[in-house]
Design a binder for this molecule. Structure first.
Ligand SMILES: *[C@@H]1O[C@H](CO)[C@@H](O)[C@H](O)[C@H]1NC(C)=O
Ligand SMILES: *[C@@H]1O[C@H](CO)[C@@H](O)[C@H](O)[C@H]1NC(C)=O
Ligand SMILES: *[C@@H]1O[C@H](CO)[C@@H](O)[C@H](O)[C@H]1NC(C)=O
Length: 333
Protein backbone atom coordinates (compact mmCIF):
# COMPACT_ATOMS: atom_id res chain seq x y z
CA UNK A 1 0.00 0.00 0.00
CA UNK A 2 2.68 2.44 1.01
CA UNK A 3 4.92 1.51 -1.91
CA UNK A 4 2.08 1.86 -4.40
CA UNK A 5 1.12 5.32 -3.12
CA UNK A 6 4.76 6.36 -3.35
CA UNK A 7 4.70 5.06 -6.89
CA UNK A 8 1.59 7.10 -7.67
CA UNK A 9 3.16 10.23 -6.20
CA UNK A 10 6.33 9.61 -8.20
CA UNK A 11 4.33 9.04 -11.38
CA UNK A 12 2.23 12.15 -10.83
CA UNK A 13 5.39 14.13 -10.28
CA UNK A 14 7.28 12.93 -13.33
CA UNK A 15 4.66 12.15 -15.97
CA UNK A 16 3.73 15.74 -16.82
CA UNK A 17 7.44 16.63 -17.00
CA UNK A 18 8.09 13.85 -19.48
CA UNK A 19 5.22 14.78 -21.80
CA UNK A 20 5.89 18.50 -21.47
CA UNK A 21 7.26 20.06 -24.59
CA UNK A 22 10.51 22.03 -24.30
CA UNK A 23 9.86 24.18 -27.36
CA UNK A 24 8.60 27.65 -26.49
CA UNK A 25 5.10 27.97 -28.04
CA UNK A 26 5.84 31.41 -29.51
CA UNK A 27 9.08 30.19 -31.09
CA UNK A 28 7.27 27.18 -32.53
CA UNK A 29 4.60 29.41 -34.02
CA UNK A 30 7.26 31.67 -35.57
CA UNK A 31 9.17 28.70 -37.02
CA UNK A 32 5.98 27.36 -38.60
CA UNK A 33 5.33 30.84 -40.07
CA UNK A 34 8.85 30.83 -41.52
CA UNK A 35 8.24 27.41 -43.07
CA UNK A 36 4.98 28.66 -44.52
CA UNK A 37 6.54 31.91 -45.79
CA UNK A 38 9.10 29.78 -47.67
CA UNK A 39 6.38 27.73 -49.38
CA UNK A 40 6.73 24.66 -47.10
CA UNK A 41 9.90 23.29 -48.74
CA UNK A 42 10.53 19.53 -48.49
CA UNK A 43 13.80 20.22 -46.63
CA UNK A 44 11.74 21.51 -43.69
CA UNK A 45 9.33 18.55 -43.61
CA UNK A 46 10.73 17.67 -40.17
CA UNK A 47 9.15 20.85 -38.79
CA UNK A 48 5.94 19.11 -37.66
CA UNK A 49 3.53 21.12 -35.47
CA UNK A 50 2.80 18.16 -33.17
CA UNK A 51 6.46 17.50 -32.34
CA UNK A 52 8.87 19.32 -30.03
CA UNK A 53 11.04 21.85 -31.92
CA UNK A 54 13.74 21.47 -29.26
CA UNK A 55 14.27 17.73 -29.27
CA UNK A 56 16.71 17.72 -32.17
CA UNK A 57 14.34 16.48 -34.86
CA UNK A 58 13.60 19.85 -36.44
CA UNK A 59 16.16 20.30 -39.24
CA UNK A 60 18.47 23.26 -38.51
CA UNK A 61 16.81 24.25 -35.23
CA UNK A 62 18.35 24.15 -31.79
CA UNK A 63 17.32 25.59 -28.47
CA UNK A 64 19.18 27.01 -25.49
CA UNK A 65 19.90 24.02 -23.27
CA UNK A 66 22.63 25.87 -21.30
CA UNK A 67 20.30 28.28 -19.57
CA UNK A 68 17.43 25.77 -19.84
CA UNK A 69 15.13 28.42 -21.22
CA UNK A 70 14.89 26.30 -24.35
CA UNK A 71 14.37 29.36 -26.51
CA UNK A 72 15.37 28.81 -30.14
CA UNK A 73 18.93 30.15 -30.32
CA UNK A 74 20.33 28.58 -33.51
CA UNK A 75 18.66 28.55 -36.90
CA UNK A 76 20.37 27.08 -39.93
CA UNK A 77 18.40 27.39 -43.15
CA UNK A 78 20.73 25.83 -45.70
CA UNK A 79 20.43 24.16 -49.07
CA UNK A 80 16.70 24.79 -49.26
CA UNK A 81 15.29 23.83 -52.59
CA UNK A 82 12.46 26.37 -52.70
CA UNK A 83 9.62 25.57 -55.12
CA UNK A 84 9.66 29.19 -56.36
CA UNK A 85 11.15 32.56 -55.45
CA UNK A 86 10.55 33.85 -51.93
CA UNK A 87 11.98 36.72 -49.86
CA UNK A 88 13.66 36.16 -46.48
CA UNK A 89 10.68 35.43 -44.16
CA UNK A 90 9.85 38.55 -42.15
CA UNK A 91 9.01 36.28 -39.18
CA UNK A 92 12.71 35.61 -38.67
CA UNK A 93 12.95 38.85 -36.69
CA UNK A 94 10.51 37.34 -34.16
CA UNK A 95 12.98 34.80 -32.77
CA UNK A 96 14.46 37.17 -30.16
CA UNK A 97 16.87 34.65 -28.63
CA UNK A 98 18.69 33.80 -31.86
CA UNK A 99 22.42 33.70 -31.40
CA UNK A 100 23.28 32.12 -34.72
CA UNK A 101 21.41 32.60 -37.99
CA UNK A 102 22.64 31.02 -41.19
CA UNK A 103 20.81 31.32 -44.50
CA UNK A 104 22.97 29.58 -47.07
CA UNK A 105 22.77 28.17 -50.60
CA UNK A 106 19.19 29.05 -51.46
CA UNK A 107 19.11 30.16 -55.14
CA UNK A 108 15.40 31.03 -55.03
CA UNK A 109 15.76 33.39 -52.08
CA UNK A 110 15.27 36.96 -53.32
CA UNK A 111 14.36 40.42 -52.03
CA UNK A 112 16.34 42.43 -49.54
CA UNK A 113 17.62 41.77 -46.02
CA UNK A 114 14.69 42.88 -43.80
CA UNK A 115 15.78 45.87 -41.67
CA UNK A 116 13.66 44.37 -38.86
CA UNK A 117 16.42 41.78 -38.46
CA UNK A 118 17.82 44.38 -36.01
CA UNK A 119 15.20 43.08 -33.55
CA UNK A 120 17.47 40.07 -33.05
CA UNK A 121 19.38 41.79 -30.28
CA UNK A 122 21.27 38.67 -29.15
CA UNK A 123 22.55 37.69 -32.58
CA UNK A 124 26.27 36.96 -32.73
CA UNK A 125 26.73 35.18 -36.03
CA UNK A 126 24.83 36.21 -39.15
CA UNK A 127 25.43 34.40 -42.42
CA UNK A 128 23.45 35.08 -45.57
CA UNK A 129 25.48 33.52 -48.39
CA UNK A 130 24.99 32.04 -51.85
CA UNK A 131 21.45 33.35 -52.38
CA UNK A 132 19.86 35.86 -54.74
CA UNK A 133 19.16 38.31 -51.94
CA UNK A 134 19.59 41.86 -53.29
CA UNK A 135 19.32 45.48 -52.16
CA UNK A 136 21.60 47.28 -49.74
CA UNK A 137 23.06 45.96 -46.50
CA UNK A 138 20.72 47.51 -43.87
CA UNK A 139 22.17 50.21 -41.61
CA UNK A 140 20.00 48.81 -38.83
CA UNK A 141 22.53 45.98 -38.34
CA UNK A 142 24.61 48.42 -36.30
CA UNK A 143 21.90 48.17 -33.61
CA UNK A 144 22.80 44.52 -32.95
CA UNK A 145 25.65 45.20 -30.53
CA UNK A 146 26.29 41.48 -29.98
CA UNK A 147 27.35 40.80 -33.59
CA UNK A 148 30.68 38.99 -33.90
CA UNK A 149 30.76 38.03 -37.58
CA UNK A 150 28.82 39.11 -40.63
CA UNK A 151 29.07 37.00 -43.77
CA UNK A 152 27.04 38.12 -46.78
CA UNK A 153 29.20 36.52 -49.46
CA UNK A 154 27.88 35.59 -52.89
CA UNK A 155 24.50 37.22 -53.05
CA UNK A 156 23.25 40.04 -55.29
CA UNK A 157 23.66 42.83 -52.74
CA UNK A 158 24.16 46.36 -54.08
CA UNK A 159 24.23 49.87 -52.65
CA UNK A 160 27.10 51.16 -50.57
CA UNK A 161 28.82 49.76 -47.48
CA UNK A 162 26.96 50.86 -44.31
CA UNK A 163 29.34 53.22 -42.48
CA UNK A 164 27.67 52.50 -39.13
CA UNK A 165 28.98 48.92 -38.88
CA UNK A 166 32.25 50.17 -37.43
CA UNK A 167 30.42 51.05 -34.21
CA UNK A 168 29.79 47.36 -33.44
CA UNK A 169 31.97 46.68 -30.37
CA UNK A 170 32.33 42.90 -30.77
CA UNK A 171 32.69 42.59 -34.52
CA UNK A 172 35.76 40.58 -35.58
CA UNK A 173 35.17 40.42 -39.31
CA UNK A 174 33.04 41.18 -42.34
CA UNK A 175 32.83 38.96 -45.42
CA UNK A 176 30.95 40.67 -48.22
CA UNK A 177 32.65 39.19 -51.31
CA UNK A 178 30.83 38.32 -54.51
CA UNK A 179 28.13 41.00 -54.56
CA UNK A 180 27.54 44.27 -56.45
CA UNK A 181 28.43 46.66 -53.68
CA UNK A 182 29.58 50.02 -55.04
CA UNK A 183 30.93 53.34 -53.82
CA UNK A 184 33.89 53.97 -51.56
CA UNK A 185 35.01 52.15 -48.43
CA UNK A 186 33.73 54.41 -45.59
CA UNK A 187 36.33 56.36 -43.56
CA UNK A 188 34.67 54.93 -40.45
CA UNK A 189 36.00 51.46 -41.36
CA UNK A 190 39.34 52.60 -39.97
CA UNK A 191 37.75 52.79 -36.53
CA UNK A 192 36.56 49.23 -36.07
CA UNK A 193 37.30 47.94 -32.56
CA UNK A 194 40.63 46.32 -31.66
CA UNK A 195 38.94 42.91 -32.04
CA UNK A 196 38.37 43.46 -35.74
CA UNK A 197 40.89 41.44 -37.77
CA UNK A 198 39.33 40.19 -41.02
CA UNK A 199 37.95 42.17 -43.93
CA UNK A 200 36.81 40.54 -47.17
CA UNK A 201 35.31 42.90 -49.72
CA UNK A 202 36.51 41.18 -52.91
CA UNK A 203 34.49 40.76 -56.11
CA UNK A 204 32.38 43.88 -55.81
CA UNK A 205 32.26 47.28 -57.54
CA UNK A 206 34.05 49.37 -54.96
CA UNK A 207 35.74 52.56 -56.14
CA UNK A 208 37.92 55.26 -54.66
CA UNK A 209 40.86 55.03 -52.30
CA UNK A 210 41.58 53.08 -49.14
CA UNK A 211 40.78 55.53 -46.32
CA UNK A 212 43.83 56.92 -44.49
CA UNK A 213 42.06 55.90 -41.25
CA UNK A 214 43.05 52.30 -42.07
CA UNK A 215 46.40 53.08 -40.45
CA UNK A 216 44.63 52.33 -37.14
CA UNK A 217 43.61 48.81 -38.15
CA UNK A 218 45.57 45.66 -37.51
CA UNK A 219 44.07 43.21 -39.97
CA UNK A 220 45.23 39.60 -40.03
CA UNK A 221 43.37 39.06 -43.28
CA UNK A 222 42.39 41.61 -45.88
CA UNK A 223 40.98 40.81 -49.32
CA UNK A 224 39.98 43.75 -51.53
CA UNK A 225 40.57 41.89 -54.83
CA UNK A 226 38.51 42.42 -57.96
CA UNK A 227 37.14 45.88 -57.38
CA UNK A 228 38.00 49.23 -58.98
CA UNK A 229 39.93 50.61 -56.03
CA UNK A 230 42.75 53.01 -56.78
CA UNK A 231 45.63 54.94 -55.27
CA UNK A 232 47.84 54.05 -52.39
CA UNK A 233 47.38 50.77 -50.49
CA UNK A 234 50.57 51.13 -48.45
CA UNK A 235 48.49 52.00 -45.36
CA UNK A 236 47.65 48.28 -45.13
CA UNK A 237 51.32 47.43 -44.78
CA UNK A 238 53.73 48.12 -41.97
CA UNK A 239 56.32 46.22 -39.97
CA UNK A 240 54.25 46.93 -36.83
CA UNK A 241 51.24 45.07 -38.22
CA UNK A 242 50.27 41.58 -37.25
CA UNK A 243 49.28 40.98 -40.81
CA UNK A 244 49.29 37.54 -42.31
CA UNK A 245 47.55 37.80 -45.66
CA UNK A 246 46.96 40.73 -48.02
CA UNK A 247 45.02 40.30 -51.28
CA UNK A 248 44.58 43.29 -53.55
CA UNK A 249 44.51 41.62 -57.00
CA UNK A 250 42.73 43.15 -59.98
CA UNK A 251 42.27 46.75 -58.89
CA UNK A 252 43.83 50.05 -59.99
CA UNK A 253 46.20 50.47 -57.03
CA UNK A 254 49.31 52.55 -57.74
CA UNK A 255 52.00 53.01 -55.08
CA UNK A 256 55.69 52.41 -54.53
CA UNK A 257 56.03 48.85 -53.23
CA UNK A 258 59.69 49.51 -52.39
CA UNK A 259 58.61 51.85 -49.59
CA UNK A 260 56.23 49.60 -47.66
CA UNK A 261 57.10 48.02 -44.32
CA UNK A 262 56.40 44.32 -44.02
CA UNK A 263 55.03 42.35 -41.08
CA UNK A 264 57.35 39.44 -40.27
CA UNK A 265 54.24 37.24 -40.14
CA UNK A 266 53.14 37.97 -43.68
CA UNK A 267 52.24 34.63 -45.29
CA UNK A 268 50.46 35.65 -48.45
CA UNK A 269 50.65 38.62 -50.77
CA UNK A 270 48.54 38.83 -53.92
CA UNK A 271 49.02 42.13 -55.76
CA UNK A 272 48.54 40.87 -59.33
CA UNK A 273 46.99 43.09 -61.99
CA UNK A 274 47.39 46.58 -60.51
CA UNK A 275 49.61 49.57 -61.36
CA UNK A 276 52.04 49.12 -58.50
CA UNK A 277 55.54 50.50 -59.15
CA UNK A 278 58.97 50.60 -57.53
CA UNK A 279 61.12 47.63 -56.57
CA UNK A 280 60.39 44.54 -54.49
CA UNK A 281 61.41 45.28 -50.87
CA UNK A 282 64.58 43.48 -49.70
CA UNK A 283 62.68 42.58 -46.49
CA UNK A 284 60.63 40.04 -48.49
CA UNK A 285 63.60 37.68 -48.26
CA UNK A 286 63.36 37.50 -44.46
CA UNK A 287 59.69 36.53 -44.27
CA UNK A 288 59.73 32.92 -43.03
CA UNK A 289 56.00 32.37 -43.46
CA UNK A 290 55.62 33.81 -46.96
CA UNK A 291 54.02 30.91 -48.82
CA UNK A 292 52.23 32.63 -51.65
CA UNK A 293 53.18 35.65 -53.71
CA UNK A 294 51.90 37.10 -56.95
CA UNK A 295 52.99 40.54 -58.13
CA UNK A 296 52.48 39.89 -61.86
CA UNK A 297 50.95 42.46 -64.22
CA UNK A 298 52.16 45.60 -62.43
CA UNK A 299 54.79 48.27 -63.15
CA UNK A 300 57.52 46.90 -60.89
CA UNK A 301 61.18 47.30 -61.74
CA UNK A 302 64.60 46.19 -60.60
CA UNK A 303 66.12 42.96 -59.43
CA UNK A 304 64.12 40.38 -57.50
CA UNK A 305 65.94 40.19 -54.14
CA UNK A 306 67.85 36.95 -53.74
CA UNK A 307 66.97 34.76 -50.77
CA UNK A 308 64.17 33.57 -48.51
CA UNK A 309 61.36 31.99 -50.47
CA UNK A 310 61.51 34.45 -53.35
CA UNK A 311 63.22 32.11 -55.84
CA UNK A 312 60.76 29.30 -55.00
CA UNK A 313 57.79 31.14 -56.50
CA UNK A 314 56.75 30.49 -60.08
CA UNK A 315 57.84 32.76 -62.94
CA UNK A 316 54.15 33.62 -63.39
CA UNK A 317 54.20 35.24 -59.93
CA UNK A 318 56.56 37.93 -61.28
CA UNK A 319 55.73 38.06 -65.00
CA UNK A 320 54.46 41.06 -66.94
CA UNK A 321 55.99 43.90 -64.99
CA UNK A 322 57.72 46.96 -66.38
CA UNK A 323 61.30 45.86 -65.83
CA UNK A 324 61.48 43.29 -63.05
CA UNK A 325 64.42 40.93 -63.52
CA UNK A 326 66.55 38.27 -61.88
CA UNK A 327 65.76 34.73 -60.72
CA UNK A 328 63.28 33.20 -61.35
CA UNK A 329 62.84 35.73 -64.19
CA UNK A 330 65.68 36.14 -66.72
CA UNK A 331 68.83 37.75 -65.34
CA UNK A 332 69.04 41.54 -65.25
CA UNK A 333 71.07 43.07 -68.05
C1 LIG B 1 10.89 14.21 -30.43
O1 LIG B 1 9.53 14.36 -30.07
C2 LIG B 1 8.61 13.62 -30.85
C3 LIG B 1 7.22 13.86 -30.34
O2 LIG B 1 7.08 15.15 -29.80
C4 LIG B 1 8.93 12.16 -30.81
O3 LIG B 1 8.10 11.48 -31.71
C5 LIG B 1 10.40 11.92 -31.19
O4 LIG B 1 10.70 10.56 -31.02
C6 LIG B 1 11.30 12.76 -30.34
N1 LIG B 1 12.66 12.57 -30.80
C7 LIG B 1 13.71 12.54 -29.99
C8 LIG B 1 15.05 12.38 -30.63
O5 LIG B 1 13.58 12.62 -28.78
C1 LIG C 1 20.46 33.26 -58.62
O1 LIG C 1 19.44 32.88 -59.50
C2 LIG C 1 19.90 32.33 -60.73
C3 LIG C 1 18.74 32.12 -61.66
O2 LIG C 1 17.56 31.87 -60.97
C4 LIG C 1 20.64 31.03 -60.43
O3 LIG C 1 21.12 30.45 -61.62
C5 LIG C 1 21.80 31.34 -59.49
O4 LIG C 1 22.44 30.14 -59.12
C6 LIG C 1 21.31 32.04 -58.25
N1 LIG C 1 22.48 32.48 -57.46
C7 LIG C 1 22.82 31.93 -56.31
C8 LIG C 1 24.07 32.44 -55.68
O5 LIG C 1 22.17 31.07 -55.78
C1 LIG D 1 49.83 35.09 -60.95
O1 LIG D 1 48.84 35.91 -61.53
C2 LIG D 1 48.74 35.77 -62.95
C3 LIG D 1 47.77 36.85 -63.45
O2 LIG D 1 46.50 36.72 -62.92
C4 LIG D 1 48.31 34.36 -63.27
O3 LIG D 1 48.21 34.18 -64.68
C5 LIG D 1 49.34 33.40 -62.70
O4 LIG D 1 48.91 32.06 -62.92
C6 LIG D 1 49.52 33.62 -61.22
N1 LIG D 1 50.62 32.78 -60.74
C7 LIG D 1 50.56 32.13 -59.59
C8 LIG D 1 51.70 31.26 -59.22
O5 LIG D 1 49.58 32.22 -58.85
Amino acid sequence: MLTSSILIVVLLYFTPALSEELCNPQDKQVLLQIKNQLGNPATLSSWIPTTDCCNGTWQGVSCDTDTQTYRVNNLDLSNLNLPKQYPIPSSISNLPYLNFLSIRSIPNLIGSIPPAIAKLTQLRYLYITHTNVSGAIPHSLSQIKTLVTLDFSYNALSGTLPASLSSLPNLVGITFDGNRISGAIPDSYGSFSKLFTAMTLSRNRLTGKIPATFANLNLAFVDLSRNMLEGDASVLFGSDKNKQKIKLAKNLFAFDLGKVGLSKNLNGLDLRNNRIYGALPQALTSLKFLHSLNVSFNNLCGEIPLGGNLQRFDVSSYANNKCLCGSPLPACT
